[in-house]
Design a protein around this ligand. Structure first.
Ligand SMILES: *Cc1c(COP(=O)(O)O)cnc(C)c1O
Length: 349
């Protein structure tokens, strides 16, 4: 038998009573006079506290994602959800987490902030992992495992059979970060949410939806897990302007889909162009909106591009990514500028 959510959660979190905001209490009744929250009656609409549970937005997202609203947590970026899983489940200096390496840096940053041991399992030469290697790293204090598919910075999706094996075999929670899933050819794990009660899927408005400035992250999980996040989050963690703008984006879903189609086509063009450059040694396969590219001398090319006014991300110091740059797919004009500059880099040598 696997540990239940109640057995995995930190005892203090299980015991605590959540803050009850003014807006939590009245819900369900018709009301037009709000004298409960010490707000200013002037300066509509910015004067009112936002819905702490983001009901309207969750209803819209639930329809789009085919997930019940009670299985959705919304946060100030995915980063809030990442921090909350540590605070909810990991006892500082006692519990630990296991993650693939290399991957998104925030999992380790949040581990360090929360004083939780972070154990890395190196990916193989194809940037793949095995459930077996992850579970070898675990002990009775391992509460969480972090996977990211498509993975950042490598760009590839992780093998579905291994993700499933980990969900079945690991006696703890698996956080699967799908920040780039809209750009991938496979569908991701949201349809499997009911099948795996230990699965937490992270998605975000920052990439395919084109809303990085809004700071809106989504976590999808069993309602038991989402209830815990809701219990410990800041009451008004997603502001009114973000809720409004995101709701508006859900009415224009087609726009996101068009951007994704455009960027996938552009990704094909950019990959071909990069592969033709003499300074490029390898363009790794990608299912995301970026490329990991191995070059002759990553620090030199990075600084050359900066001088050209083009900023990419050097991943030179990251495990398995020596001499690699991570390059986001931009507009066609931006991608042409990048290729033009890299062609000139050859000429300069
Ligand atoms: C960009 C990115 C995110 C997004 O984080 P936000 O806080 O929602 O902007 C999450 N995970 C990964 C792996 C990313 O690359």
């Amino acid at each position: 038998m696997k540990r239940t959510v109640e057995q995995l959660v930190r005892p203090n979190i299980l015991r605590m009573k959540p803050y009850s905001s003014a807006r939590d209490e009245y819900s369900g009744h018709e009301a037009s006079v709000f004298l409960d929250a010490n707000e200013n009656p002037y300066n509509v609409p910015n004067n009112r506290y936002p819905d702490p549970m983001q009901r309207e937005l969750k209803a819209a997202l639930g329809r789009i994602k085919q997930v019940p609203p009670e299985c959705i947590f919304l946060g100030n970026g995915s980063d809030e959800a990442i921090d909350l899983v540590y605070r909810a489940f990991c006892e500082p200096r006692v519990d630990n987490v296991v993650a693939i390496d290399p991957t998104y840096g925030m999992y380790q940053v949040c581990a360090e902030v929360n004083d939780v041991e972070y154990r890395k399992v190196l990916l193989d030469g194809h940037f793949q992992f095995t459930a077996h290697a992850m579970m070898e790293m675990a002990d009775e204090h391992t509460k969480l495992m972090f996977l990211c598919s498509p993975n950042n910075p490598t760009g590839n999706t992780l093998a579905r059979t291994e993700i499933e094996a980990l969900l079945l075999g690991f006696d703890g929670l698996v956080v699967l970060d799908e920040a780039y899933i809209d750009f991938a050819s496979e569908t991701g794990f949201l349809p499997e949410l009911e099948k795996y009660p230990n699965l937490i899927v992270l998605q975000t408005f920052s990439k395919a939806w084109g809303c990085a400035a809004l700071r809106l992250g989504m976590a999808f999980a069993s309602s038991d897990i989402v209830d815990i996040f809701n219990k410990i989050k800041y009451p008004y963690n997603v502001n009114m302007l973000t809720q409004r703008q995101a709701l508006e984006m859900t009415y224009r879903l087609y726009e996101k889909e068009r951007w994704v189609d455009t960027l996938k086509a552009e990704r094909g063009w950019l990959g071909d162009a990069l592969r033709c450059l003499p300074c490029v040694q390898e363009v790794y396969p990608t299912e995301a909106n970026f490329f990991l590219v191995k070059v002759a001398d990553a620090p030199a090319i990075y600084h050359y591009l900066v001088k050209c006014g083009i900023i990419v991300r050097s991943r030179h110091t990251v495990a398995l990514c020596g001499n690699c740059l991570r390059i986001t797919v931009g507009t066609h004009g931006e991608n042409e500028q990048l290729i033009g500059a890299l062609q000139k880099y050859e000429a300069d040598e």
